[in-house]
Every structure is written in structure tokens, then in C-alpha cells.
Design a binder for this molecule. Structure first.
Ligand SMILES: N[C@@H](CCC(=O)N[C@@H](CS)C(=O)NCC(=O)O)C(=O)O
Length: 206
């Protein structure tokens, strides 16, 4: 049994999707970010960074959405969230998750939390360019080697990418303006896990 501390549509989303894909039993605990619940001492004891997600695994709280995605893929190999260890796709899968976590997570953090930096229009434009540059790169990859990040094989990396694409929906150029990215998102959004998560987390807008 897992316990997932989450906020609707936040970085916890990919962990929640992985749990649903795996059919693993879990409890959900809402962290009300608007009310500042992530800074409650009881929550900080679980997650010293004061962010979601936290996943309690065998009684131990762990953070970092991309690491939790990899952990769940390892603990539930039958879910097909990752190519099997030792196969050629496994290395590419690690690389895509590390790429998404290192290139998109930081600028999205700055986009949504401009107070983390001294915010100016120049900084905001640079953050936007950084995110759009990653969409360009992913478009080129998916157009030639898609439809998923690993080609024909769906994986948890596609869940992570689609969550990150979703975060761009109100940006001047949302990720769905890149056709191969839009096609990947359509595939992921058609999955039962995505639909079920929308029901559970009460999400409406893409
Ligand atoms: N690198 C972390 C980022 C987590 C993160 O920034 N979560 C945001 C929501 S998407 C959060 O909890 N924000 C609350 C705050 O910073 O006060 C991860 O991937 O888990």
C-alpha cells in the first residue's frame, strides 16, 4: 500500500498516473497548496522541500516525481511503464526521464513561481524560449522516431511528458501547437489511467 500526497494537476500527477497504470493500491492525501499546507510542519517532516509529490513507500516518505516514476516502474514491472532491464530501450528510457526532468522541470518552476527569481519580462521571455526549445527538440524526435518517446512502445516517460505538456496549456504557445507532441498527448489522454485521474483529482481543463 502506498500513500500519495498530491495536489490536482501538480507534479504528483505523473506518480498518480503510474499508480493507476500499475493497478497498485494507494491512499491519497490532498495537500492544499493554495492554503500553504505544503509548509505545515507535519508535511515538512515528510517532504523538507515543501512540495508535492510525496509518496510513502514501505513506511518511508520519498519525493521527486521523476524518481518516483522510475521507482514505481521498477516495483511493478508488469505495468509496462519501462522497457525490461537489460534491453536496449531501458537506457533510452532513463535518458528521456532525466532529459525531461532536467530541461523542463526547472523552467516550468520559474514560469509558475517567478518569485523564486527576481522576475522581469526578460527573464519570463527567456524561460518561455527555453521551454519552446525543448518542444522543438521533442517534435523533431517524435516526428521521425515516434509516436512515443520510445517509438512504438508506450512508457512512463510519455506520462511524464504529457503532464509537462499540460502545464503549458495557458502559455503563449502551448505544447499542443507542435503536431507530433499533440499526437502523443492524444494517445496518452485516451488511456484509462488519464481519464480515471481526471475523475479522482476533479480536473476539467486539458
Ligand atoms: N522537482 C520536484 C518539483 C515539485 C514541485 O515543484 N511541486 C510544486 C507543484 S507542481 C509544489 O509543490 N509547489 C508548492 C510550493 O512550491 O509551494 C518534483 O518533480 O517532484
Amino acid at each position: 500500500m502506498y500513500t500519495l500526497y498530491y495536489a490536482p494537476g501538480a507534479a504528483s500527477m505523473v506518480v498518480h498516473l503510474a499508480l493507476l497504470e500499475a493497478g497498485a493500491p494507494y491512499d491519497l492525501r490532498l495537500v492544499d497548496l493554495d492554503a500553504g499546507a505544503q509548509r505545515d510542519p507535519a508535511y515538512l517532516a515528510l517532504n523538507p522541500h515543501g512540495v508535492v509529490p510525496t509518496l510513502v513507500v514501505d513506511g518511508r516518505p520519498l519525493g521527486e516525481s521523476s524518481a518516483l516514476l522510475m521507482l514505481l516502474a521498477e516495483r511493478h514491472p508488469e505495468a509496462g511503464l519501462a522497457p525490461a532491464p537489460g534491453t536496449p530501450g531501458r537506457g533510452a528510457w532513463y535518458a528521456w526521464i532525466a532529459y525531461l526532468a532536467s530541461t523542463l522541470m526547472p523552467p516550468f518552476r520559474l514560469w509558475f513561481y517567478p518569485q523564486d527569481l527576481h522576475d522581469t519580462p526578460d527573464v519570463r521571455a527567456a524561460v518561455q524560449r527555453r521551454i519552446e526549445g525543448v518542444w522543438d527538440h521533442l517534435q523533431a524526435h517524435l516526428a521521425t522516431q515516434g509516436p512515443h518517446l520510445l517509438g512504438e512502445q508506450f512508457s512512463g516517460a510519455d506520462l511524464l511528458l504529457t503532464m509537462l505538456m499540460r502545464w503549458s496549456r495557458n502559455m503563449p504557445r502551448p505544447a499542443t501547437q507542435w503536431p507530433a507532441l499533440a499526437q502523443l498527448a492524444d494517445r496518452v489522454r485516451a488511456r484509462p489511467s488519464w481519464r480515471r485521474l481526471y475523475e479522482i483529482e476533479g480536473l476539467r481543463e486539458w
